[in-house]
Design a protein around this ligand. Structure first.
Ligand SMILES: NC(=O)c1ccc[n+]([C@@H]2O[C@H](COP(=O)([O-])OP(=O)(O)OC[C@H]3O[C@@H](n4cnc5c(N)ncnc54)[C@H](O)[C@@H]3O)[C@@H](O)[C@H]2O)c1
Length: 419
């Protein structure tokens, strides 16, 4: 069988991760085109993957204007730049791997799914958590029936106090006008995952949440007028101290995320300079953030089953989400790596290591990044959706759950998804 030919749209963090999967799988996939405006990203990836110069583009529109020259496209531009390339490339006959969320507006998600169906192409969305060894093993345990029927589920996305301050108070996802609401940017994975594991249709939901803490009126009096941590006398007592976070990591020899986001060249001098004036050194009570710092969603599934989901800033930084599943014959606890399965007949608990702890072994997102790529390439090679764990309809359903939950939060009401 010939290798699947891939066109990469957006050679940033995600696009390069998916593209580089092909390096180790030359018999299964080859990257034959890259569209990326940032020259350094485009040329570095092209050199590493051996893409010829006539298939390098500075904009997805140039690639889409050509006759189709690949079997599939990976669309990994930023969220509000998903719908147009996805629709144009589907119309050209490219199968699509589209990053999540499909789009920041529900109507665009619907347009994408309609366009994909009209074109008759495959659609995989970057819900990588479905594909991890952890989720696969969990589904095996659930499907085996050993804990009976799952009646309820509880999931916690513990963002972590410093991660929340970095990304959602000071960073790219802090404000809805420049990004989107937290449930979409951080937790659309989770509602999709809950839908997948419950294996039922969500019939109704409600949600509460607020920006409780990272506001001017919560600023400790001792912090006075300080706008940046480096000028604040309260900084040593503040849990959200920027110098403590970034300089401690740097002191330990770590120059990757999140330090690399503060400055491209993370020396101590550069980090201090960035913190003294830049947004990553800003007081968390004096930022222009407006996304919630805590939110809960409660969900009712077909047959009267229930689930709850919490996303919070006020936690330890966790490797992965924590989930508990409650069945009629047993229950399961999981942390993204290990499962603890308790049997109600024997009262015995078995601990199962799903082998997803080490990113160096399994890749990013607990192995989900590489496993999604593997499934997508298989699906394209077979021209069949079978290897994909969720298709256009399921993905649209879970995006609709996310938009509905946010509406429920804003409007203080229960939303019936069957209407
Ligand atoms: N599945 C996951 O778990 C996961 C994790 C992180 C991010 N994401 C999503 O992946 C997407 C990409 O995120 P990222 O972190 O890689 O961002 P990024 O900024 O690193 O990459 C986006 C790339 O798109 C390029 N681009 C901009 N305009 C373009 C155009 N007209 N044509 C072609 N390329 C263009 C940018 O130059 C950039 O290199 C986002 O939608 C994000 O929400 C998903």
């Amino acid at each position: 069988m010939k290798p699947v030919r891939l066109l990469i749209i957006g050679a940033g963090d995600r696009g390069s991760t998916y593209a580089r999967w092909a390096i180790g799988q030359p018999e299964r996939a080859r990257v034959v085109g890259i569209a990326e405006p940032v020259e350094a990203r485009r040329t570095r990836l092209a050199a590493d993957l051996g893409v010829s110069a006539d298939r390098l583009f500075t904009d997805w529109r140039e690639a889409a204007a050509r006759d189709r020259f690949a079997d599939a496209a990976v669309v990994a531009t930023l969220d509000d730049q998903h719908a147009e390339p996805a629709l144009a490339l589907a119309e050209k006959g490219y199968h699509l791997l589209l990053e999540k969320p499909m789009a920041p507006r529900e109507a665009d998600c619907e347009r994408i799914v309609a366009g994909v169906k009209r074109a008759g192409v495959l659609l995989a969305v970057g819900h990588v958590l479905l594909y991890t060894p952890f989720t696969r093993r969990l589904r095996e345990v659930v499907d085996s029936g050993r804990v009976g029927e799952i009646v309820s589920l509880d999931r916690l996305e513990a963002v972590g106090w410093w991660h929340y301050a970095h990304s959602y108070v000071r960073g790219n996802w802090r404000n809805e006008s420049t990004s989107s609401f937290l449930l979409l940017t951080k937790a659309c994975h989770d509602l999709d995952w809950i839908r997948y594991v419950m294996g039922e249709r969500c019939e109704s939901l409600a949600s509460f949440g607020s920006l409780r803490h990272f506001r001017r009126d919560q600023k400790p009096a001792a912090a006075g007028d300080a706008r940046h941590c480096l000028e604040c006398s309260f900084e040593p007592q503040c849990p959200y101290s920027a110098p403590r976070l970034y300089l401690t990591m740097l002191g330990l020899g770590w120059q990757g995320w999140p330090v690399s986001v503060v400055t491209d060249d993370p020396t101590e001098e550069n980090v201090r300079a960035a913190l003294s004036t830049g947004r990553y050194g800003r007081c968390v009570y004096e930022s222009d953030n407006d996304v919630v710092d805590n939110q809960v969603v409660i969900l009712r599934f077909a047959g009267g089953k229930t689930a709850s989901f919490t996303v919070t800033a006020f936690s330890e930084y966790a490797f992965d989400r924590k989930t508990r599943l409650f069945g009629t014959r047993g229950c399961i606890e999981g942390d993204g790596v290990k499962l603890r399965v308790t049997d109600f007949v024997t009262s015995q608990t078995e601990e199962i290591d799903t082998g997803s702890a080490d990113p160096a072994q399994v890749g990013g997102h607990g192995g989900g990044d590489l496993a999604l790529m593997d499934a997508f390439v298989s699906a394209v090679a077979q021209n069949s959706p079978t290897p994909l764990l969720s298709g256009p309809d399921e993905t649209l359903e879970s995006h609709r759950m996310v938009f509905a939950a946010e509406r429920a939060r804003r409007e203080h009401r229960v939303i019936d998804l069957l209407r």
